[in-house]
Design a protein around this ligand. Sequence first.
Ligand SMILES: [Zn+2]
Ligand SMILES: [Zn+2]
Length: 349
Amino acid sequence: MSSVKAYAAKTADTPLAPFHLDRREPGPDDVQIDILYCGVCHSDLHTARNEWHNTLYPAVPGHEIVGRVTAVGNAVSKFKVGDLAGVGCMVDSCGHCSSCHEGDEQYCENGFTGTYNGPVFGGENTFGGYSQRIVVKESFVLKISHDEKDLASVAPLLCAGITTYSPLRHWNVGPGMTVGIVGLGGLGHMGVKLAHAMGAHVVLFTTSPGKAEDAKRLGADEICISKDPEQMAKQANRFDFILNTVAAPHDINAFLQLLKRDGTMTLVGAPETPHPSPEVFSLIFKRRSLAGSLIGGIAETQEMLDFCAKHGIGSDIEVIPMDYINTAYERMLKSDVKYRFVIDMATLK
Ligand SMILES: [Zn+2]
Ligand SMILES: [Zn+2]
């Protein structure tokens, strides 16, 4: 065991505070990573505050992890000491169900093991990236080929990046397609960058006119203010695919109307209370589909990281010290971040 410093929530209504935890010594298949940066995801906050009613305390959040390999087990073949490596939302899955066989570990029929709060599906609690070190089995560790100076901006790719990349790839987004991205936050800004890099014509939907300039900088070809009925009417029946990243409950029909025949809208935001039910007529008249998507498999996460390295894509970030995390949560709730907080783990002393 190695004792490492961390930050934990001890109950749902106490702020995160310094904590010590034990990491296992690396077994034959394990990679030990000293964490350099960890992104701050909205799920971290939901878990710390038990908003999904499944948190085991103490809770150490963080599933956008990048760092340096400091030890490997003797059966590890893809990583060596000194390599840069990443860990996302999962650290294990059953390995033998149909989803695992097809590389969709995130849909494991027996439940994947989360990087933190793992016992959602049984087993011992797991502690995430708000810590100095993590030990993870090799098959759940990702290779990072970005320039080391860009490492902090790579961290959010491990959740926000793959959550948007996976549906864009699954629905074959590419040149000649018109793609809508709804919402410009941690997920949405990655959606805009990725859909643009895949060659699609990208339209960003936002309720904030103030975000227009930024959306264009990130790669949007057009901006539509979604609370303006006239602007929305002009977008009707033109989209092959819409990626809806908004977590707040809202009227799904307003966006379904924008899909062309056989178009699909995929939801990736996780609302605390359900969206109002969509109208069936919005779907049947043009054979439209409404879908959902959860992060991505390990092989696809590696593909996403390689794609981003090749296209020079990282997240737009604000680097913070560890002891700023409770303030960062308050700012995140107000969408006061462009577009992801990333903790510099060197500040965890
Ligand atoms: Zn996340
Ligand atoms: Zn499985």
